[in-house]
Design a protein around this ligand. Structure first.
Ligand SMILES: *Cc1c(COP(=O)(O)O)cnc(C)c1O
Length: 403
């Protein structure tokens, strides 16, 4: 029997539609454009540039000593690896469930990605990480808090310290999230954030690098393309540190401009509110999806305070073919689910087997199996709580029909 038309729920909002930028961002952007001073080093004498001010405010927000504004998070990750001392051929550990710019940054720095398995709750498999760290003697972990899921950071930090591993956090999805009350990005030697349109603050493209290390920040600033103008940075180590480095560090031209910095500064002030709004939406989705047979939404660790800007769940007790039918049918009904189980990369989504630029792509059967049954979508703030209810109801109807 055909379901009644009213029973056949559809969703019609765009999963990729972001909110307008705050009025204050727009006003500041106009001011910067009127001034013509778009390049970060084009500030008037005695005036701090928008980029410098953003760096100072971002470092203060995190309680870190230094911040550098970059062209993108991918370039920030690359600068982090270079500034941490990665040499060509160095092995870099990384959780295999991440986005393509992460192995990209490693390869760009001349490193060799050593991808580790993940667990059922989508975080790095700590045992596999330790095994591979010992096997390869790697001195770097590039840890993605992928889709906002944080591993046990107490354990990660302890292991990194014991094994002498430099920890670089990829916080593209965890700006504003906390582990045991401490902001993500304050655990590692370096942390990088994205200000690309789909992340927590939006400047189209952009990245932020933070560290407490006097040498690392000096190197990162020089690598980012500061010419001999590094003095203009408010968030930097003493000039003597630069004096010994500035002739030996190449200029990779990966700066952020004043226009983007100007539109980010008001967004940073508003971040806590936005994070709460994401979490309200996440809570609605989580509660409804948990009720659906064959759907498992992993419980979040007690110490984790995530930002629910996206949601992931695992389909259990179904076949891979059923997963494909489920995702296709949700798509027909306007609920766009991302799937890391696809044979071919699509849109923004690719998984580790697709990264042919990685030498010796590892067999990671556990991760493969987890990704094959995992569903994922972002929750833009243009969705109301009612929209989230509709999305969950569509998913429930489809699951009920197919499983
Ligand atoms: C988006 C993203 C990046 C890269 O950010 P860009 O600013 O687009 O370079 C890195 N890591 C993860 C996990 C991401 O989602």
């Amino acid at each position: 029997m055909m379901p009644e038309k009213t029973d056949y729920l559809l969703f019609s909002k765009e999963f990729t539609k972001q909110e307008s930028l705050p009025t204050e961002s727009i006003q500041r952007a106009v001011e910067v454009m009127q001034s013509g001073r778009l390049h970060r080093y084009n500030s008037a004498t005695d005036q701090d540039s928008e980029a410098s001010l953003l760096e100072q405010e971002f470092a203060d927000y995190l309680g870190k000593k230094y911040c550098l504004a970059c062209a993108s998070c991918g370039s920030a990750l690359y600068l982090a690896l270079k500034s941490a001392g990665v040499k060509p051929g160095d092995k870099i550990l990384a959780n295999a469930y991440t986005l393509a710019p992460v192995p990209g940054a490693i390869v760009n720095a001349g490193g060799i990605p050593v991808l580790t398995e993940i667990t059922n709750d989508y975080t790095i498999d700590v045992d596999d990480f330790v095994t591979k760290a010992r096997e390869t003697d790697s001195k770097y972990l590039l840890l993605s808090h992928m889709r906002g899921h944080m591993a046990d950071m107490d354990r990660i930090c302890e292991i990194c310290e014991t094994l002498g591993i430099c920890l670089i956090e990829d916080c593209a999805h965890t700006l504003g999230a906390r582990w045991a009350g401490r902001l993500s990005g304050t655990f590692g030697d370096i942390a990088c954030y994205s200000t690309q349109t789909y992340k927590h603050i939006n400047s189209g493209e952009g990245g932020l690098l933070v560290t407490d290390d006097d040498i690392i920040i000096a190197k990162a600033i020089l690598y980012s393309g500061s010419y001999m103008l590094y003095k203009k940075h408010l968030s930097r180590s003493a000039l003597e540190v630069f004096d010994s480095l500035h002739k030996s560090i190449p200029n990779f031209s990966m700066r952020m401009d004043n226009l983007r910095a100007a539109i980010l500064r008001p967004q940073l002030k508003n971040l806590e509110t936005q994070c709460q709004r994401w979490n309200e939406r996440y809570a609605v989705l989580e509660a409804l999806l948990k009720e659906v047979a064959h759907i498992r939404v992993p419980a979040r660790p007690e110490k984790e305070s995530p930002v629910g800007s996206s949601i992931q769940f695992t389909l259990e007790g179904v076949s891979r073919t059923q997963v494909q039918s489920f995702i296709a049918e949700c798509g027909h009904r306007g609920v766009e689910i991302k799937w890391f189980g696809s044979d071919e990369p699509t849109g923004f989504t690719s998984s580790f087997e697709h990264w042919e630029f990685v030498s010796d792509i590892p067999k990671l059967p556990i991760t493969r199996n987890i990704l094959d049954f995992m569903c994922d979508f972002r929750v833009p703030l243009t969705f109301s709580l009612d929209d989230c209810r509709t999305v969950a109801k569509v998913i429930k109807q489809v699951a009920t029909n197919i499983f």
